[in-house]
Design a protein around this ligand. Structure first.
Ligand code: GCV
Length: 651
């Protein structure tokens, strides 16, 4: 196999810069990074880069006259064949440089413009669920579908910092500025990264720093016990507080620009403040206090629910849990504590409503968590470009005039989809999810389709003009296609328990995890209305509470998430629920077959190694899509006894 794939930064995209004369003004490590990029591009393509004022077509200028500046914005100006990027902070210069790279020739040749760019969201972070030691069930990377970890191997740091630096470069080029380097399920080896193994984290931080990326660490709430030998981890205990303060001081000594902690507490078996009769705010504030002297932040996850539920108890609803746990604590979190909320109330299904917690805690800084790793969306064996879903989520307005993107004051976070796979993401086209996340985190109201085109233009370099229409046809609708052949109308899950790949309609139906569809001979769906169900719909502000409350006003795509309806219920589309299930499952498979044909037609146009890899994966996607179609359709045919009105074979 050849070396590591350049993803969206093949040499070719640096040609417009590398053939020109550039002047770069300013000093500091990030300016050196940009200088290094320019020098490499010029060495390849014959241009020149200078730090002295000289004749040039590109000027990159850091105006550091006001001293060190962490701001990330830049001004880009173009006219008469020349381009200028000006920034007051070094990160701004780095992002301005990559802006010019993205524009290509147009950066120099288009109509005169003067634009100011700055990110709408300050923290744009990737969380890695990477285990230091291989976990017996979850492996090296929990929910990882791209090989091993970039950071860890068999209990040790891999030490391949070149690969980490290359990753940092890719991330910086799409605007990501923070990385958490270990799993939120913190086992023993990971726990020690906080103390005696902090040097390994510091090495990673050193590799990320030249790309403006701060390093964060997942920690266990029980650290004072498991690492410090204390008898308690009670957040109000003075010894515990002193332990965290001292541990954090040592972290800061090793990593002066340390970003902070990520914590999964009282969730799926992880320890937390409940054991001491304390609240999540008590827990988060303990770590916030330890980080505060160094400007660090604690990201406290809101993914808290009962995973030992009695499935016969129809009153308990997992979807309600985050809101019920956290809204009473609004206003109690420290200024440097961020509550990190999954975008939906359940767990990264292909379709969920937006979590009602977002917008319900005005006195708390919230970060919104997305999932780039395709746990429930095809596990990087299926093409599933998530841009349209994320865009819908980020544009959703819990209240009139305030979108999720705007309410995410504490940042946008995605669970990373990379590993040590030569293509980074297992499925080569899954690289687009990483890129799209970075660009949407920078501008949550950006058009997802425009980002896809940008990604295609960069990734396919010289081949892009010929390949663009075909690649777009394969990817643009792939999320909706995936939705069509999997769980219908927002009901979710129906996956194989444990690994979550492939269909199993009742896989979680009689289990303690709280993820049910309640299909019986008459109908399907979960009644989450206030009038007759779990009351979940009432957790939204008035406008959405009313929309979701009734079958008549609930959007089709979320109907079975909010309501239990008969199979003969007629959707807004005019179809019955049962016919919709049959039709979408046939359509979904047809669409995969069509996408495969589109991809096959790109043979000889796109790079053959990439082509072969995707072609092979399409074989599996089609097999799996058929399996989904047949199991879901047969299941509902057998439950309902209603035949397909188009007479297709359903056993
Ligand atoms: C890291 C889901 C996943 C778990 C994951 C968890 C979380 O339950 O299946 O693997 O654990 O979400 O987000 O904490």
């Amino acid at each position: 196999m050849r070396g590591v794939d350049p993803a969206w930064l093949p040499d070719e995209v640096f040609r417009p810069i590398g053939t020109r004369r550039t002047v770069i003004r300013g000093s500091g490590p990030l300016v050196d990074t940009v200088h290094g990029e320019l020098a490499a591009a010029c060495a390849r393509y014959g241009g020149a880069v200078s730090r002295e004022p000289e004749a040039h077509e590109l000027l990159l200028e850091l105006d550091g006259s006001l001293g060190p500046d962490d701001s990330e914005g830049f001004t880009y100006e173009r006219g008469a064949g020349r381009a200028t990027v000006t920034a007051s902070g070094a990160r701004g210069l780095l992002y301005g440089f990559f802006h010019v790279v993205r524009l290509g020739e147009e950066a120099f040749l288009g109509e005169p413009v003067r634009e100011t760019h700055r990110p709408a969201v300050g923290l744009r972070m990737l969380d890695h669920w990477d285990n230091v030691a291989v976990h017996p069930v979850m492996g090296q990377v929990e929910r990882g579908y791209a090989g091993g970890s970039l950071f860890w191997e068999d209990g040790r740091a891999r030490g391949d910092l070149e690969r980490v630096a290359a990753y940092g470069r890719l991330l910086a080029s799409c605007g990501i500025n923070a990385v958490a380097v270990n799993n939120v399920n913190v086992h023993e080896a990971e726990a020690r990264l906080l103390t005696d193994r902090i040097g390994e984290v510091a090495e990673l931080a050193r590799a990320f720093r030249p790309y403006g990326i701060r390093t964060h660490l997942s920690v266990t709430f029980a650290a004072p016990i498991v690492l410090g030998g204390l008898a308690t981890a009670d957040p109000l205990d003075p010894e515990v507080r002193a332990w965290w303060a001292a541990a954090t001081a040592r972290v800061h000594e090793a990593i002066p620009d340390f970003g902070g902690y990520v914590v999964k507490a009282d969730s799926e078996g992880q320890p937390g403040p409940f054991a001491y009769g304390r609240t999540h705010a008590d827990g988060a504030n303990l770590l916030a206090a330890a980080l505060e002297p160094y400007g660090g932040t604690v990201h406290w996850r809101a993914f808290v629910y009962d995973h030992h539920q009695d499935w016969r108890d129809r009153t308990t609803d997992r979807a309600r849990a985050a809101y019920d746990h956290f809204t009473p604590l609004d206003g109690e979190f420290a200024a440097n504590a961020v509550l990190q909320v999954k975008h939906g109330p359940m767990d990264f299904q292909v379709r969920e409503p937006v979590s009602p917690l977002i917008g319900a805690m005005p006195g708390t800084r919230l970060a919104v968590e997305l999932q780039a790793t395709q746990e429930y969306t095809g596990q990087q064996r299926h093409v599933c470009w998530l841009g349209p879903m994320w865009s819908e989520v980020l544009r959703f307005e819990p209240e009139e005039g305030a979108s999720v993107g705007e309410l995410a004051r504490g940042g946008l976070v995605a669970v990373s989809n990379v590993g040590d796979d030569p293509f980074w993401t297992g499925h080569p086209l899954a690289q687009a999810n990483l890129y799209t996340f970075g660009r949407l985190a920078w501008r949550p109201d950006a058009e997802a389709g425009g980002i896809l085109d940008e990604w295609i233009g960069l990734t396919f370099g010289a081949e892009a003009a010929e390949a663009a229409a075909g690649v777009r046809a394969v990817m643009a609708g792939s999320w909706r296609t995936y939705e069509k052949y999997t769980a219908p109308l927002g009901v979710g899950f129906m996956v194989q328990p444990g690994h979550h790949y492939g269909p199993n309609v009742d896989g979680y139906e009689y289990s303690p995890w709280g993820t049910y569809h309640f299909a019986d001979r008459d109908g399907v769906g979960v009644d989450r209305s206030v009038a007759s169900g779990t009351g979940y719909a009432g957790q939204y502000g008035k406008r959405w509470a009313e929309v979701y409350e009734t079958v008549a006003s609930c959007p089709d795509e979320l109907l079975l998430f909010f309501h239990h309806v008969p199979y003969g219920h007629v959707l807004k589309s005019g179809k019955t629920v049962i016919q919709h299930i049959y039709d979408t499952h046939f359509e979904g498979v047809d669409e995969v077959a069509e996408a495969r044909r589109e991809w096959d037609a790109l043979a000889g146009v796109v790079d053959p190694v990439r082509h072969a890899r995707v072609a092979e994966l399409f074989g599996e996607q089609l097999r799996s899509a058929r399996e989904w179609r047949d199991q879901i359709n047969s299941y509902f045919f057998r439950k309902s006894g209603v035949p397909d009105e188009r007479g297709r074979t359903i056993c």
